[in-house]
Design a protein around this ligand. Sequence first.
Ligand code: GDP
Length: 221
Amino acid sequence: MKILEAELIASAPRFDMLPPSGLPEIAFLGRSNVGKSSLLNALARRKKLARTSSTPGKTRELVLFRIRTDRGELGFVDLPGYGWAKVSRKEREGWGRLAEGYLANRAELKLAIVLQDLRRTWSEDESLLLEWLAERHVSGRIVLTKTDKLKLMKRKERIRALRSQIGEGFGKPIATSSQKGDGLDLVWRACFEHAFPSDAAVTDAVTEDTEGESALPDETS
Ligand code: GDP
């Protein structure tokens, strides 16, 4: 699969200010620092498409990217990162209005990708988020990030533990490393499956691997 173009087309401080894209949209959400911008950049194969946490002046807004591939065009939406413990109640409510407003109302939304750092515990916040999405019939998929940060045995152990804790209500959580590129083909496959559900040829062409084990190299490697 080739990325032909990737560009920022709009950003908005309120969900109802985001212009319609006319594209099937994939939303990305997770705690601050989970690796969301890095994943967006790795998927789009661009170094600086999404602004990473280290970028000064990163604000809380919805950011919409247009990603044109040789197999179709999609919108990627970067939802602001959250981190309940660290923000004030007012900010938390602001996040809710922005992200929940988008997730509950956006006609173009096809899939919400919820990111989870492989090294962190799956908390009540994330469980509530999945329940909230399910109640609103929003399709979701969990992506585990930064697999390269753990040594192989520990990595396998954490992937197994998180998969069993999270369950497969939203499909098998996909293990990824934006730095090494592991699992990105599976994330793309999930995006295509939801963006173009009737086009089996497109999704089959992305990858044949349906097991989600690509981030789990053999013991020998
Ligand atoms: P965001 O706040 O969710 O957008 O997170 P960023 O993409 O800015 O990443 C937060 C930090 O984690 C940065 O220092 C990244 O370099 C690092 N990071 C993100 N993804 C990976 C990964 O796959 N592997 C490693 N080793 N570090 C990562």
